[in-house]
Design a protein around this ligand. Sequence first.
Ligand code: NAD
Length: 334
Amino acid sequence: MRVAVFSTKPYDRRFLDGANPSAGHELVYLEPRLTRETAIAAAGAQAVCVFVNDELQKEVLEALAGQGVRLVALRCAGFNNVDLSAARDLAITVARVPEYSPRAVAEHTVALILTLNRKTHRAYARIREGNFALEGLLGFDLHGRTVGVVGTGRIGAAFAQIMIGFGCRVVAHDPYPDSECERLGVRYLDLPELLNGADIISLHCPLTPETYHLIGSSAVAQMRSGAMLINTSRGAVIDTRAVIEGLKSGRIGSLGLDVYEEEADLFFENLSDSLIHDDVFARLLTFPNVLITGHQAFFTEEALSAIAETTIANISAFEQTGQVVHAVSIERLA
Ligand code: NAD
């Protein structure tokens, strides 16, 4: 099958080429993101393969369908960037990679926590300048602290398990509690209770209309003073402006982000010679207690290889049977 692969980076090519030989699909690698303007580049393809910041709203899907595209193969778990009802109406099948390496994201979340807490990023810079002073580097023991996990699906559960290993008390909020988490001692609470009791709050729920700006000004006001907030899920789960106010007031003691609401114009590109026009993002960068990574939590050898294999399996299954292995559809969500 001819597949237009949007947002291609050298690592995507390496791993997809590694998984494709036995399937033999014709993968056409395209560097641009999929948008209304770039959809034309999929001409001649029966499938598009896309990532987190590609745009698959109604008009883009209409343009793709008009060119003969019948399959959208997401090479990620989240599907908040796809208009699923438009896809159904246009008879476009949508596939995703529901699980590749939950531990990759969970471990990166822990990296953000450890770095923010023990300030190893600041220590690294200081030591290289011959500054061996400890002022400003004071952290706290994780052992005995309360960690609040919002969303205990694959990633949240893996993260909870690691934090239990650190000796933390783990509480969680999820409309569907996980029995394995409960067995490990995780206690489920409603969101205000979790926000009020946690020293560290980590977000692992998907972005849906219900979770859009879940952490806004009222949630910030319910947090324990000085709490650490971590988001490795999707940017818009947080209202960034409200969180900035929380940082200014000290209610939020530190913030770790791997995702950002407006990341599509920033992340995955080298912009070091450009001006950043996003003033909200620029404000975040001014805080010494904010640590941002550019949507790299998934970025491990194991995850990239699993993503490529599942993506190729979805495309092959569609070619052979008209069905994919991991479908996403509006009916399944209902
Ligand atoms: P999952 O579907 O296994 O788990 C999501 C969990 O969130 C489910 O248990 C669900 O019940 C729960 N949930 C839904 N609505 C909720 C709400 N309002 N409050 C609390 N919990 C709620 O998904 P996953 O594989 O664990 O991934 C979680 C999210 O992580 C994805 O949706 C994606 O956005 C993000 N993600 C980020 C990266 C990255 O590189 N930063 C990589 C993969 C996934």
